[in-house]
Design a protein. Structure first.
Length: 276
């Protein structure tokens, strides 16, 4: 695996990125995945480490193994070989300390917003534990600006509001890592931009460790401390790019030369891969 920062793009010094503590939260070593039925190797020799408070994204063409990697990290799929460790313990299945968020909010329409948020606790620990978690759900709803919508039903929420409720549901168990599978891809552009800024704020306030799968290069750059670029056939990480933009990030940065240079570098890399 080639590990390199973007080529020198301008002589203008960039502001330092957010400091990343040395303590590892999530570790993957020499991971591979081959599907037994068709002998297709989806991933090979994947190595990565996530640190406390770090936001890392992975980008790549369709079929490069991004979703497979996320499923293995979440415990939903076993690797063929390799090691997956969260907080010193192997990941062998879904865990309370792994938070996940998907493209669709998937809120149950017959439950209120607050009831949807505590649903994972109810499934794992029972109704009494879910009821006891309602005050924490209320705190999370206030965190995302939905304090007045705890007792309404999903049909009364906009797409962006439903995804904010999904953020609360992801955070209700105080997970050690957040795994995000293109959570805002179904939203319109303005709402998506707003949600990305909200996600950045929430992760910063909580010092969350996050891993995002996305097709949007701009989204990856605006949110991430590091971006992993994957190549298909078989899926593997071919480059790691440190994002040296200052925090907190703002949408105005999208129009800056440095932002465009980073996006252009990733696009060039993906374009070269498409012709290999």
């Amino acid at each position: 695996m080639t590990m390199a920062e973007p080529r020198p793009l301008t002589a203008e010094p960039a502001a330092p990125a957010r400091p990343v503590p040395a303590r590892p939260v999530f570790e993957i070593a020499r991971l591979s995945k081959t599907y037994a039925r068709n002998k297709l190797t989806a991933l090979t020799d994947v190595n990565l480490t996530l640190h406390k408070g770090e936001f890392v994204s992975v980008v790549g063409s369709s079929g490069c193994g991004k979703s497979t990697l996320l499923k293995i990290m979440s415990g939903l799929m076993p690797p063929t070989t390799g090691r997956v460790v969260l907080k010193g313990k192997p990941v062998t299945g879904p865990r309370d300390d792994i938070g996940m968020m998907f493209q669709q909010a998937t809120l149950l329409p017959w439950k209120t917003t607050a009831e949807n948020i505590v649903l994972p606790i109810g499934i794992r620990q029972g109704r009494a534990a879910a009821r006891a978690a309602i005050p924490r759900a209320m705190d999370l709803l206030r965190l995302v600006g939905l304090g007045d919508f705890a007792h309404v039903y999903p049909g009364e929420l906009s797409g962006g509001m439903a995804q904010r409720a999904s953020i609360c549901r992801m955070l209700i168990s105080d997970p050690a890592v957040l795994l995000l599978d293109e959570p805002f891809s179904a939203l319109d552009e303005l709402t998506r931009d707003f949600m990305n800024m909200e996600l950045q704020r929430i992760c910063a306030e909580r010092q969350s460790t996050a891993f995002l799968v996305t097709h949007s290069l701009a989204e990856a750059v605006i949110l991430s401390d590091r971006i992993l670029v994957m190549k298909p056939r078989p899926g593997r990480i071919v480059e790691e790019i440190v994002i040296d933009l200052p925090r907190p990030r703002t949408l105005d940065m999208i129009n800056t030369p440095r932002f465009g240079e980073i996006v252009g570098h990733i696009r060039d890399l993906l374009g070269k891969e498409a012709h290999e």
